[in-house]
Design a protein around this ligand. Sequence first.
Ligand code: ADP
Ligand code: MG
Length: 698
Amino acid sequence: MTSANTNLLYQPVNSLTGIGMQSAEKLKRLGISRVQDLLFHLPLRYEDRTRVYPIGSLHSEMSVLICGTIEFTEVTHGSRPTLVCRLSDETGAINLRFFHFNPRQQSQLAPGTVLSCFGEIRYSYMGLEIAHPEYQILSSPEHCQTETHLTPVYPLTEGLHQSTLRKAIQQTLTFCLKHPEFLIDWLPSKILARFNYPDLITALLAIHTPNEQFTTEIFLAGDLPALQRLAFEELIAHFLSLRSVKLTSNSKFAPPLLAHQPSIDKFLSGLPFTLTNAQQRVIQEISDDCAKAKPMLRLIQGDVGSGKTVVAAYAALLAINTGYQVAVMAPTELLAEQHLRNFQIWFKDSGIRIHYLSGQIKGKIRLEALDALADGSAQIIVGTHALFQESVSFKQLGLIIIDEQHRFGVHQRMALRNKGQQAGIWPHQLIMTATPIPRTLAMLQYSDLDISIINELPPGRIPIQTSVISAERRQEVIERIQHWIEQGRQVYWVCTLIEESEILQCEAAEKTAAMLTAALPNTRVGLIHGRLKSADKDAVMQGFIQHDLDLLVATTVIEVGVDVPNANLMIIENPERLGLSQLHQLRGRIGRGSSASYCLLMYQTPLSNASKQRLSILRESQDGFLIAEKDLQLRGPGEIMGTRQTGQMQFRIANIVRDTQLLEQVKESAELMLSETPEAISPIIKRWIGESTNYSEV
Ligand code: ADP
Ligand code: MG
């Protein structure tokens, strides 16, 4: 055991009595490696062993402590031998049932024996019973022991016992009470006072050893000050860790990128449209950032079709004008090719040399691209992840542009920056996402980034008409598709399934494609789903873009932004199964051309009123931000795109839906800590996020 002057809390869990290497391995699976981590492993629920229930008062589904005398014990021989004991007190009797038992147990549980039992009451054909209760043999009913507080039930992992975990946590709490100097409360008392939060040890005791008034319901409701305080601290730790990434980045040197007015003018006048006010505002924000000698870290959030690409092209021009290279990275080959085409068109007469690199580019062409990057003759390189592989080196990279950011987490963002860094010169970074996330969430999740918002669509877009219709009208819908395709237009049909199973999703899409092929004989039907190889996926998409296909049946893989302006009708099956933001993203594939477009949300009957109400939000709005806010209110953020897909926010205690109202205060309080208690920053990050992350090593 540890001596009194070392802090047990920072030691590995096997420093505790009763925890060996084996248990330590298992605890690791629960994210517990240091003793301190045990304190933040919260119960799932509580059991009440604080009082003994009269047997006559029991009903099924209660989990309670009872005490009585065994009337008789017998082994019944049904499909397998079962030991049944009848236990009674003055108020009634109940059966205890053991499917696994040994002879010793059988003789122990002899008539006349006094027992206390804990377990879940069930109703069976023989009346109330408890299967495999925890029991204790007593010398008399008066000796029945009750607990002074509720018993926490912790999440476990295979092979780990509840009692092992309980003892370890109690041991840790005892240590903290004995050595309060080791459990430092890093939240300033000013903050605790302002929000009326308990101090750390009080909060932990309230949760691990709650008093009698406490119930599982109170705990699960989530508004318990003790719980809120811990969630709050955790959110602060995450906010601070991202913020420290930003602060570190601010201390690096980046080349100031300055506009060369004649080439900017030429670029703008060559565009087939004028920029929207929102685009101009964001361009100004980017120009201001890039003119500074520290790396820009900016996220552009803009709805699908809001015109982010041209803004990125403008940023690229700043870098090129200043003599630096630009890397443009997209998550798929198709999107990368789309960017390449756009850049080639927009920079057609500028003499700017644009290259392309992806996993598919091999051999001589690949070598040429690599050479051009290394010797600086390539000014823009467009591509996929392949851009940041070992073999790629840049002459002088000044700007990294990443599209569809929700695929990348904070670590990938940092890895890219590291990769682009050369001789103490750090590239600027511009990230584009079409996934609007609610402002409060963005504040937390992107606190390492500055955010620009394009909140305006280019003029002349005809709003998508969205209707919510029953699947019973499928035949009508098919006739409409027929008519649509006869007019030379294209259609998306999106299959969704709630099951995680990709196999089932793909099967459903295959069936639908077969059904539609049969129902629409003169129609060229394509099928795209997640189990296709990426080259095959690209080939199908390419076929659709070139209008070799009229109808594309797809699973939700088409989410990401490929432009097919001629496809103006989309049917989404079972929309009730998806989040609003995801539906909005899917719908964003249409409405990109100059004619009216339609989205049919084809639900399964019966549809609950709540779902109807939810879907009607899509009918009424095309504002991704508004939809995301509503989605957050109506569902959980785990389902909001952006949180689920980055996977970068993993919490022990906080729950973004439950705790949204905390987020505003989190930012404020974190800023306060940055200025007033900077010594607390690093320990609080270590407490919650651990040492393993390289957040601060940008
Ligand atoms: P997203 O923000 O979804 O990436 P894109 O950059 O692909 O959107 O732009 C969508 C379409 O709108 C493209 O065809 C693009 O050329 C066009 N576009 C962009 N800005 C404007 C504008 N100001 N006026 C008209 N069309 C525009
Ligand atoms: Mg885009």
